[in-house]
Design a protein around this ligand. Structure first.
Ligand SMILES: NC(=O)C1=CN([C@@H]2O[C@H](COP(=O)(O)OP(=O)(O)OC[C@H]3O[C@@H](n4cnc5c(N)ncnc54)[C@H](OP(=O)(O)O)[C@@H]3O)[C@@H](O)[C@H]2O)C=CC1
Ligand SMILES: CC(C)(CO)C(=O)C(=O)O
Length: 309
């Protein structure tokens, strides 16, 4: 299977490196600066008592001219539109496009550009970040990719992709429905993202403060109400799993959104929060805490964008 990973960042770099290390035919679509850094240093995975690297096969958009079997989309939502145009020459009639972004709006953008039959639903569960050297730093042992057809049917190509992922050590359970799995991850990430971003602290910082333990459940109730109104109710076990993550004394857990916020970078606010609260309004679901988180992140975005001008 010829695999193109779009973006050699925290998620794409990690999954792509695992696939390449397992002997898969992997190429990374990168922009020139990242290409130069990777040529010099290799693609290195560090942290959690491991340190290994691959020499990645790289391509830049100007040199992309043949279709791939699988395109793994792992850019942030802020870079989505540009990446969709860049990757277009790699998407042919038999290409499967699997996005690993959090949120849901990218499904519309990818489907509009490549067609519903090309695009599968996808969810990444991994905790990685790019460190100051540009290496992939693993912060937790998770490595999951859940994927499936948008219409929920079982397909041979989804099964084949799952087998390739599993062969590289990436767990790839069969979801009941990939879009529902995306909704549930969205509920999880907005709950965790709002707890940490609103309070500007780790899960432990919030949980260990008087009044803090109530925040996660309140946010989860709001986000889960939106998902339920949209036709994707969150099962009790999934709610309990989210509560378990946001209710740990001393936990250093923060999501990638919080890392961007605290580093003064743009965040995925519109993709993760703007979209969810807009859907809540359309569905008539009140979400006062999520609205506050959205405003908080928008103020940051406005400052960062103004500073960049
Ligand atoms: N990090 C995590 O633990 C997890 C993240 N996610 C989600 O995954 C998505 C990706 O996040 P993450 O991997 O952390 O983000 P990163 O910023 O670490 O990586 C994104 C990469 O995409 C590259 N990129 C952007 N535009 C293009 C383009 N046009 N062509 C080629 N490369 C491009 C960037 O490269 P450049 O250097 O050129 O800017 C960057 O290296 C997000 O939606 C996030 O919410 C999901 C699960 C876990
Ligand atoms: C919380 C986490 C790590 C789960 O995969 C995530 O999705 C993110 O940080 O964006």
């Amino acid at each position: 299977m010829k695999i193109l990973v779009v973006g050699a960042g925290a998620t794409g770099g990690y999954f792509g490196a695992l696939l390449a290390r397992a002997g898969q035919d992997v190429t990374f679509l990168v922009r020139p600066a990242r290409a130069a850094a990777l040529r010099e240093r290799g693609l290195r995975v560090v942290g959690r008592d491991e340190e290994w690297s691959i020499t990645p096969r790289l391509v830049t958009a100007d040199a992309l001219d043949t279709p791939y079997d699988l395109v793994l989309f792992s850019v942030k939502s802020t870079g989505l539109d540009r990446a969709i145009e860049d990757v277009a020459p790699a998407v042919g009639p038999d290409t499967a496009v699997v996005p690993l972004l959090n949120g849901l709006a990218h499904m519309d953008a990818l489907t509009a550009r490549f067609g519903a039959s090309a695009v599968l639903g996808g969810v990444a569960k991994v905790v990685t970040t790019l460190d100051d050297n540009g290496d992939i730093r693993r912060l937790a042992p998770l490595a999951h990719v859940t994927l499936g057809e948008q219409d929920g049917t079982a397909s041979a190509r989804a099964a084949k992709i799952r087998a390739v992922l599993e062969g590289a050590g990436i767990a790839s359970p069969v979801p009941a429905h990939a879009l529902t799995a995306m909704w549930h991850k969205w509920v999880f990430i907005t709950t965790l993202g709002a707890v940490t971003s609103l309070m500007r602290g780790t899960v432990g910082d919030v949980y260990d403060t008087p009044g803090g333990p109530a925040l996660g459940p309140a946010l989860l109730d709001e986000a889960a109400s939106v998902a339920a109104a949209a036709g994707h109710p969150v099962p009790e076990a999934e709610r309990a799993a989210t509560l378990a993550v946001v209710s740990v004394p001393g936990s250093p857990m923060v999501p990638s959104l919080y890392r961007d916020l605290s580093a003064g970078r743009p965040t995925e606010v519109e993709h993760l929060f703007g979209d969810l609260t807009a859907r809540a309004r359309a569905l008539g679901v009140p979400t006062p805490l999520l609205d506050l988180a959205t405003l908080h992140l928008r103020v940051h975005q406005r400052r960062v964008t103004a500073g960049a001008e």
